[in-house]
Every structure is written in structure tokens, then in C-alpha cells.
Design a protein around this ligand. Structure first.
Ligand code: ATP
Length: 808
């Protein structure tokens, strides 16, 4: 609203509600014209949007414009169809309620364009899905088909819509479009059998005859000549220079692949919609008053229910009488119908016929006519040919539509056609004034203004005008409501000029508001002028400067926020698209998403790597695109762990490992309980081999310190028996290997007699007084076992034993 206030002196006013002479059609027209001449085609009446067809591109529907209007308060920016679309959408999301946008206006006024702009806005600004694109394409592509079947050449318009369109988009609770449909209603079916002079039947018939393939025509039993069909030539204009039926047939066919108002009825529809419009507008006004605790004052407005009843009331309305007349036995003619109407409607203030009219009116009416006084003006109808034969059907389809609309929150776009010639920069006063009238714009304005023209939250009102009262300025310590009360008392508002609600102040007349606006402007100008200003003025000046800076700062923040949101929407859209295409080959659609997946996997992997080479289970499951990389990384990491491990082991551990490896060669798969021994380290405290013996065998000492195997002095403990045996055997096999480098002469005098060419027997003390023997034998395969005579047989590598024996 502040936007409207500051702009009112520039190009008219942006909201008719603030028009002081709100009952004056001339003032209304002046404002509309003034703005139209400056290419400002949109003006509000509260939340209703009035749009005047510019018949030229204005560059106001770009993506940039969409971004500007996205998420911004309705009244903060100049009026626009995007502002309305955005507000509807945001209200729907926040209140989880159903809404409808009623776009009305005469043929060529810009309804289709407006609906396309709304769809485009949603397509760009709502969370996008493939489904939404599908919904939008279907809704947009349905146009050629709808036009072929529902549009016809009339005297007014070569491409006039002879039906109403109801487009529905369904959103899920997060605001994403999930479906939609198009309903047509009030199709002018009578046109199929009758066309006035200069008019045609529906386009589709001519398209089919002119453009249909030979085979199709043959199959349908048709000839390629419209002149052969009476229903196509009644208006004597089957060929129209501005229409290319042949190529239109192609367009319709293509669109079909993709997608798999009688004047009486039109006026009746307008009448019903007007009724709905007034009811809903009044309802929302009343609700706001109730919410604010303000007493509801009856709003004087013209209720067109009387006209709706006149047409549709059961048993008594025009449509019922028509039905009865058609069904009754005996001869029913156009004139018997008129007589019935005269009999039943006699005295009705909105119905008149030649017979019922006063002398003056009678002159303007033929005998076969009746006149209805619609809310938008008088219309005369002819009963000839009973043009009302589909009225009942119209009535029920309208009732269905009204029912749908009554369950939703209304928003209105009223489209105006500025001239008949479809020319830019031409504003035909008479024509626009007529539309303003029959679209009920003055009526709507009256309803909006019947109560209070302006309402504002206390905080906002006080913040703007507090400088006008010394008590509230520069800071008001009390509640905003008290501050506003003090302020308006200081300004001298009369009690009937305003009402204090729970959260808002309601101001009855715009002039009251404009007075305070003007005072504010003067105050700024006068008091902030020169260095000689007194303290109050200086402080005011700094206050105004601060306000200006704050406004700029807020604007900047709002712009940043908008940009941030737009960016977020883009990123989220891309992310969702990427997610949906994550298993596809890399493409524009998923490359960023896949990069994100890669990065996120690597980051998580970094923090969850296995810490030990023995840990074979810890490894994050990779996403499909990282499978190969994961295998490679795992190998690399295992190698690193191994290297670290190897570098870290002591020489003792190394010996253990070597022996373990050797043990494995010997026992793996041969001894049942070998696996259990693997993780048990060889302990040199368990076995106590008499080192002396071994030293005798191995004078080099240190080399032979390998078998530092000691039997426990207490003998083998049963549970370690196997282990110890394994361990001892492994050492001894190692010993057998070492022997290849031993000069066997050094064994002379040792207690290790050699009793066979192929075997060496070593005797050693298990413990004092108890001896043991190990037999060494050569073979290609290493093994250790206990022989029948209780010796430990160590079968060593071939060379070791042979060499030893040879050397001996
Ligand atoms: N906002 C706009 N900006 C520029 N041109 C417009 C705009 N709105 C309408 N027009 C022009 O006016 C023409 C008629 O508009 P449109 O088809 O939307 O009218 P309509 O009200 O849907 O008519 P009908 O009831 O016959 O379907 C458009 O083809 C376009 O050239």
C-alpha cells in the first residue's frame, strides 16, 4: 500500500481503493487511461487486478521480473499479474487452502495471455518437476484443440471463444504441481445448427473439410466442399481471409497427439459470477472486520440475486417456464412461451415486454421480445426460434462451476480491451467504460470502499507517521495501538473517520489518509531544510535520514534475500533433477549432482577409513558411480596400512610372522585345529628347550638364537599342547633350513648322533632329566609329526638335509 501511496502523484494511483471519488466512473476512467498511456496496464482494486490489453510487447514478463515479484508483499511493488500469482501461491501454501483465479473479460481482452502468464510464473517459480512441465505443456497445448472445437467466427471476432474455460492445477503440500485439468463449460452448442449472417460454425468443421486427409474424408463420407453442407454456410462466410483452416487442421492434429458463453446464457453466466464475486468479496470483508473486533456495518450494494432468481428459480424462473412450455402437450410456439413469461413475470422490476412496458419503453421493444435489466445494463432478447433450448443445461453446468468456486478462495483478474482494432496505444473511452460497467468494477470498488478504504497494522502505521506528533516521535514507549491513538488524537481525526481494530487501524476515507500522507511530505520538506532549524528539526532530519538509510538497507536486504531464494530454487531444482537422473550416464542434467555425490562419498570415506590392516569389514558402501573408484581406493588404502604395519613391527614380531608363515605352510588344511592357533602369538615362555644343546649345534649362537624355545618348567599344559607343538615344530623346521648353511663338523661332540644316511637325530633336554629327540629328514615337502617312537619328525626341504649330510 505504501508503494501505492508514493506512486499516486506520479502515474495515477495503483489501487482504485484509494481513489477519493470512488463512485465516479469518470475518475475511474481517468486513472485507467492515465496509466495505460504510460504503459502501466495493471491497476488494483484491493486484491483484484484490472488489466488493459496493450496489444504490444512490454517486456514485463521476463525471468528477471518473475524473480522480482517472487515472495514479495502484494503492495510493495507496482501491480502485476505475477504479484497476484505469487500471492495466491504463497497463501495456498501457508494456509493450505484451495484458491481460484477468475480471469474474465470480453473476447480479445487478454484472458488467455493472462492465464499463460500465471502458468509461466508457476512453471518458473514453483518447485519444478517433470510432472509440472507436463501439466503446463498440456494446459498450454490444449489451446489449439479447445479453440478448434470451442471457437468460431463471430461478427465481433474472427476467433471468438464460445465457451468458458476452467483450468485446474493441483499442488502437493510442498507446493509442487502434481496434476491438473481443463474443463470447458457453457459451450454455445446452438451454433452447431444455427449461425447468424456473417458468422460461422465452430472452426473444427471447416478445418476438417479443408484440411482432412482424402482417406479420412472418404471414411467419414464427406466431400471437400463446405458449400455442400447447410450447417456450414448459413452465415454465408465459410471462407474467411484471416483464417487458414487447412493449416489450423494440422496444428489441431498435432496438439491432439500431445494431449493424448447464446447471448442469454452468456449474460446469465456473468450474472451468476457477479453474484459469486460480490458474495465472496463481502464475505472476506466481513471476516476481516470480525477478526479485528470491528462491528460489521451493512454495506449498501446492489445484490443481483433478484436477477439470478428471475432466470433460474425453480418453477418460476425463465428457464423453468421454457422447459415447461417445451414439454407441455399441445402446440407450443415462441409466442405461447412469451405469453407464459408475461403471465408469470408481470410486475417484476427487472422484466419487461412490449405488452408489459409503459408507453415510452414499448416503442423500443418488438412484440416477440423481452428485456432483462441485468446488473450491468438492459439487454433485449428475442424469443424467435426458441434460442433458449439449451438453457437448462447451461444452468446446471453453471451451478456445478459455482459449487466448485464457492469452496475456494477467490482472486480476480478483470481484462479490458482498449479498442476494437487490436491496436497498441489506443484507448477507446466508450468501449472501456462499457467493459468497466459490465465487469462490475465500480460495484466491486463500492463494496471494497463501503466500509473502510484503508487498513494498516498499528506498528506499520506508527512507524510511518510518528514524526507528525511530538509525543510519538522519535520513540514511542507504549504499545503501538496506544501510539496510534495518541497520534490520531494529535492529528484531530473525528470518531467516524476511523476505527481501532485488534491489530489494525481502519480508515474510512482515502482523503483522511492522503491528508496525513501530505502532512508527512510537508513535514519532511519544511522541517528538514536549513542549518538554522531548531533542535526538533535537526533531530527530525537525522530521523528522516536514518529512515531513508534504513529503507535503502531493507531494500538491499530484500533484494539479496530474493536473489538468495532464486538461487536456492535453482540449486534445489537442479539437485532434484540430478537425483532423478543419478543412474543415467553423465549429462547436463546430472553432472553437478554426481559431482556432489562423489564429493560427499569421499568426505565420508575419509572420516570412516579402516584403522587396521586386519579390519576387513569397515568400508563405506559406494554409490553406483563410485564402485570402481572405491575398489581402487580400498586396495590403495590396504597397501598403505600394510606398509605402515610392516614398518612398525619389531624384529621379534618379524620372526613371529616368519614362523607363523612357515607354520601356515605346514599345517594349513592339514590339522583340524590349526586355525585357532593363528591368532595366538608364539610365546617364548612356554617352551624351555635346553639352549645348551642348540648352542652346541649352532656355535654361531646368534643365528641360532631363533629357537629360543623354552618348555615350561611344569611341562606342557594340555590346552597349549597343540599350540606349543606347532610352535616348536615350526622352529625346528626353520632349524632344518638353517642347517644347509651349517658346517656339520661343528656338530662333532654334540649330543646329536646321526644314525642314518637320510636322517639326523637331535637329542635335547625337555627338562632336567627328561630328554627329547627330533629327527630331521629331507623331502620336497615340509612337515612335522610325531613318530611312533615318540620322536618329533621334522621333514625339511630337500637341500637342507642333503647339504647337511654331505657336509658331515
Ligand atoms: N499482456 C499482454 N501483453 C501483450 N499483448 C497482449 C497481452 N494480452 C493480450 N495481448 C494481445 O491480445 C491478443 C488477444 O489476447 P487473448 O487471446 O489473451 O484474448 P482472450 O481474452 O483470451 O480472447 P478470447 O476470449 O477470444 O479467447 C493476444 O493474442 C495478444 O496479441
Amino acid at each position: 500500500m505504501e508503494g501505492s501511496l508514493t506512486a499516486r502523484d506520479r502515474v495515477g494511483i495503483q489501487d482504485f481503493v484509494l481513489l477519493d471519488a470512488y463512485t465516479s466512473e469518470t475518475a475511474f476512467m481517468d486513472n485507467l487511461r492515465k496509466r495505460f498511456n504510460e504503459n502501466l496496464i495493471y491497476t488494483y482494486i484491493g486484491t483484484l487486478l484490472v488489466s488493459v490489453n496493450p496489444y504490444k510487447e512490454l517486456g514485463i514478463y521476463t525471468k528477471k521480473q518473475m524473480d522480482i515479484y517472487m515472495g514479495v508483499n502484494f503492495f510493495e511493488l507496482p501491480p502485476h499479474i505475477f504479484a497476484l500469482a505469487d500471492n495466491v501461491y504463497r497463501t495456498m501454501i501457508s494456509e493450505t487452502s484451495n484458491h481460484f483465479i477468475l480471469i474474465s473479460g470480453e473476447s480479445g481482452a487478454g484472458k488467455t495471455e493472462a492465464s499463460k502468464k500465471v502458468l509461466q510464473f508457476y512453471a518458473v517459480c514453483c518447485p519444478s518437476t517433470r510432472l509440472l512441465d507436463n501439466v503446463r505443456d498440456r494446459l498450454l497445448l490444449s489451446n489449439p484443440v479447445l479453440e478448434a472445437f470451442g471457437n468460431a467466427k463471430t461478427l465481433k471476432n474472427d476467433n471468438s471463444s464460445r465457451f468458458g474455460k476452467y483450468m485446474d492445477i493441483q499442488f502437493d503440500h510442498q507446493g509442487a504441481a502434481v496434476g491438473g485439468h481443463v474443463l470447458s463449460y457453457l459451450l454455445e452448442k446452438s451454433r452447431v445448427v444455427h449461425q447468424n449472417h456473417g458468422e460461422r460454425n465452430f472452426h473444427i468443421f471447416y478445418q476438417l473439410v479443408e484440411g482432412g486427409e482424402d482417406e479420412l474424408l472418404r471414411w467419414l463420407g464427406l466431400e471437400r466442399n463446405c458449400q455442400n453442407y447447410r450447417f456450414l454456410i448459413q452465415g454465408e462466410c465459410a471462407k474467411v481471409s484471416s483464417i487458414n483452416d487447412k493449416s489450423d487442421w494440422k496444428t489441431v492434429q498435432k496438439a491432439l497427439i500431445i494431449i493424448d458463453f447464446e447471448q442469454f446464457c452468456i449474460n446469465f453466466c456473468n450474472e451468476k459470477l457477479q453474484q459469486l464475486f460480490i458474495q465472496l468479496t463481502l464475505k472476506s470483508e466481513q471476516e476481516e472486520y470480525e477478526m479485528e473486533g470491528i462491528e460489521w456495518e451493512p454495506v449498501p450494494y446492489f445484490n443481483n440475486k433478484i436477477i439470478c432468481d428471475l432466470v433460474e428459480e425453480k418453477h418460476r424462473g425463465i428457464i423453468s417456464i421454457l422447459d415447461e412450455e417445451c414439454l407441455r402437450p399441445g402446440e407450443a410456439t415462441d409466442f405461447t412461451f412469451l405469453e407464459k413469461l408475461e403471465e408469470k413475470m408481470c410486475g417484476h422490476p427487472h422484466f419487461v415486454t412490449h405488452k408489459l412496458a409503459d408507453q415510452k419503453t414499448r416503442k423500443t421493444l418488438e412484440r416477440g421480445e423481452f428485456r432483462l435489466l441485468h446488473y450491468a445494463g438492459e439487454v433485449t432478447y428475442s424469443v424467435a426460434g426458441k434460442l433458449f433450448n439449451v438453457a437448462t443445461q447451461f444452468k446446471s453446468s453453471l451451478a456445478g462451476l459455482t459449487e466448485i468456486l464457492m469452496t475456494k478462495e477467490p482472486w480476480y483478474v478483470r481484462c479490458l480491451k482498449p479498442n476494437h482494432c487490436k491496436q497498441p496505444d489506443r484507448f477507446d473511452d466508450v468501449m472501456v467504460r462499457h467493459q468497466v460497467k459490465y465487469l462490475g468494477l465500480m460495484e466491486h470498488l463500492r463494496v471494497r470502499r463501503a466500509g473502510f478504504a484503508y487498513r494498516r497494522r498499528y506498528e506499520v502505521f506508527l512507524k510511518r507517521y510518528k514524526a507528525l506528533c511530538p509525543d510519538t516521535w522519535p520513540h514511542w514507549k507504549g504499545t503501538p495501538a496506544e501510539g496510534v491513538q495518541r497520534l490520531i488524537k494529535h492529528l484531530g481525526y473525528k470518531p467516524d473517520e476511523y476505527k481501532m481494530g485488534r491489530t489494525k487501524i481502519f480508515i474510512r476515507h482515502p482523503r483522511t489518509l492522503f491528508a496525513i500522507e501530505d502532512a508527512f511530505e510537508i513535514c519532511k520538506h519544511e522541517l528538514g531544510k536549513g542549518p538554522e532549524t531548531h533542535t526538533y528539526n535537526i533531530t527530525l532530519n537525522s530521523f528522516l535520514t536514518a529512515t531513508k538509510i534504513e529503507t535503502c538497507w531493507r531494500g538491499l536486504q530484500a533484494r539479496k534475500e530474493r536473489e538468495r531464494r532464486a538461487w536456492a530454487v535453482k540449486v534445489i531444482k537442479k539437485f532434484i533433477k540430478g537425483f532423478m537422473n543419478r543412474n543415467q550416464p553423465v549429462s547436463m542434467d546430472n553432472s553437478e549432482y554426481l559431482a556432489f555425490v562423489r564429493q560427499s562419498y569421499l568426505t565420508r570415506l575419509k572420516d570412516n577409513l579402516p584403522k587396521s590392516v586386519l579390519d576387513k569389514t569397515t568400508w563405506l558402501t559406494p554409490p553406483p558411480i563410485m564402485q570402481e573408484a572405491s575398489v581402487f581406493l580400498r586396495k590403495l588404502h590396504t597397501r598403505l596400512l600394510l606398509r605402515k604395519y610392516v614398518r612398525g613391527i619389531s624384529s621379534q614380531q618379524k620372526v613371529q610372522l616368519q614362523i607363523k608363515a612357515l607354520t601356515s605352510d605346514i599345517f594349513r588344511g592339514r590339522k583340524e585345529n590349526y586355525p585357532q592357533s593363528i591368532c595366538q602369538p608364539f610365546a617364548d615362555t612356554r617352551i624351555n628347550i635346553n639352549i645348551k644343546v642348540l648352542q652346541q649345534i649352532c656355535p654361531e649362537g646368534i643365528k641360532y638364537s631363533v629357537p629360543v624355545i623354552k618348555y615350561d618348567r611344569n611341562g606342557f599344559r594340555p590346552r597349549f599342547r597343540q599350540l606349543i607343538f606347532t610352535q616348536a615344530a615350526a622352529y625346528l623346521v626353520e632349524e632344518a633350513k638353517i642347517k644347509q648353511r651349517v658346517n656339520y663338523s661343528s656338530l662333532k661332540g654334540a649330543q646329536c648322533p646321526i644314525n642314518s644316511k637320510s636322517m639326523i637325530v637331535v637329542r635335547f633336554d625337555i627338562q632336567p632329566g627328561k630328554e627329547g629327540f627330533v629327527d630331521f629328514k629331507s623331502s620336497s615337502e615340509a612337515m612335522v609329526y610325531r613318530t611312533k617312537n615318540g620322536h618329533l619328525m621334522v621333514v625339511g626341504p630337500h637341500n637342507a638335509i642333503v647339504n647337511s649330510r654331505d657336509k658331515s
